[in-house]
Write a protein that binds this ligand. Structure first.
Ligand SMILES: [Ca+2]
Length: 144
């Protein structure tokens, strides 16, 4: 299987050109295919509808632009396993904690995950607590 390196993971269309759109819902089934979904609350918003920020595969250096900074508490990446993304503590994925996730992965909490600290080219493994902390998401290769 070919690796996806440095390319958008979804083809933008005229009606879906924003890298982030906010929907309301709960459960993993609320996440559209080929999307990375950031849920406001734990356990994919539990049993109640709440904000879900849907990312379409384009890097987002500042979730604050979409009123989504430091707000996500669970994540589902509804995509093939070969796709991957970095959840970052700080804007532009600068120095700080981050977590590499693969397509099909889901995390009902973002607390105490095995992640990394540093920059994406120079980091060391550590446990990360990313609940209400994610500020940026990068997709694809680190070689960009
Ligand atoms: Ca943050």
């Amino acid at each position: 299987m070919a690796a996806v390196v440095g390319l958008p993971l979804a083809t933008p269309s005229a009606t879906a050109d924003s890298p982030v759109r906010e929907i309301h819902g709960h459960g993993k089934q609320a996440c559209p295919e080929r999307s990375l979904c950031l849920y406001q609350d734990r356990d994919f918003n539990g049993r109640h509808d709440a904000p879900v920020w849907v990312l379409n595969g384009h890097d987002v250096d500042q979730l604050s632009k979409y009123d989504a900074n430091d707000r996500a508490s669970s994540v589902y990446y509804r995509a093939p396993f070969a796709w991957y993304a970095y959840l970052c503590e700080h804007a532009s994925c600068g120095e700080g904690d981050f977590k590499l996730i693969h397509g099909a992965a889901s995390y009902e909490t973002l607390d105490g995950l095995n992640g990394d600290h540093g920059t994406m080219v120079n980091s060391s493994e550590k446990r990360v607590w990313l609940t209400d902390s994610i500020s940026a998401v990068r997709f694809g290769s680190t070689n960009r």
